[in-house]
Design a binder for this molecule. Structure first.
Ligand code: ZN
Length: 237
């Protein structure tokens, strides 16, 4: 499956958005990298970013276009309120292509992780039948939604969204994976190559070999050299 992560806003102070501990646009970008890496620990997932560099800041319409060809388009944000005590997670699901089940799962697991208020899944219409939010409007991804990971105007939410990114990514990636039935990639064992024992055996017999690129092709010249060495070879006792 293909996922597009859209880190909201752009880089620097211009995109602070009222953040008490970070500029929202910077923090969204950092988190998108962490979430991408975590999602890619699952099989058959390809994750692309809207912002490949922190300074990238495409328009909302351009961002929405980048959903084309994706199964899931997730816009990463944090929320703002004039009252700095307000905390909570909410998810804005697409009016045009709703996926309430996934939106609800993400909202629930994220609110539990932050240990704050679950503000629920919401829909906002502009023109009838169309999303009010530019990132979701005309977005052709099969599912698209915006997640507000706590309030950057609140200190506790900000501390978590800034300092617990890996842990949050594990929770959100696991939620997405369970919805799409994705399996965790097997961790590769350090098994020796099947040819290693033959290499070791030849070395033990005193054969002069240095080559250990076991899966590389052999050239005709190397075959001749090898045959010559074998036919001249006398086992050392
Ligand atoms: Zn935002």
């Amino acid at each position: 499956m293909r996922i597009r992560l859209n880190a909201g806003h752009g880089a620097g102070k211009e995109h602070n958005r009222g953040g008490v501990l970070f500029n929202e646009g910077d923090n969204n970008f950092h988190y998108s990298l962490v979430l991408k890496a975590e999602l890619e620990t699952y099989e058959n997932v390809k994750v692309d970013l809207v912002r490949n560099k922190i300074t990238d800041n495409p328009s909302l319409a351009q961002r929405a276009k980048m959903g084309q060809g994706y199964d899931l388009y997730l816009a990463i944000h944090s929320n703002a309120a004039s009252d700095s005590s307000v905390r909570g997670t909410e998810v804005w699901d697409s009016v045009e292509r709703p996926n309430k089940q996934l939106a609800q799962l993400l909202c629930d697991t994220t609110a539990i992780f932050f240990n704050h208020r679950n503000r629920g899944v919401k829909y906002k219409e502009g023109k009838t039948g169309y999303n009010w939010y530019g990132e979701l409007r005309f977005n052709q991804a099969k599912s698209s939604m915006i997640i507000e990971n706590g309030f950057h105007t609140n200190r506790e939410d900000s501390l978590i969204f800034r300092d617990k990114q890996k842990e949050l990514a594990v929770v959100q990636a696991r939620t997405i994976a369970s919805f799409y039935n994705l399996k965790k990639k097997a961790i590769k064992e350090d098994k020796p190559h099947w040819a290693q024992k033959h290499y070791d055996s030849l070395k033990a017999k005193g054969m002069e070999i240095q080559e250990t690129r076991f899966d590389d092709k052999i050239t005709r010249g190397e075959v001749f050299a090898l045959l010559d060495r074998i036919t001249n070879y006398k086992e050392v006792k």
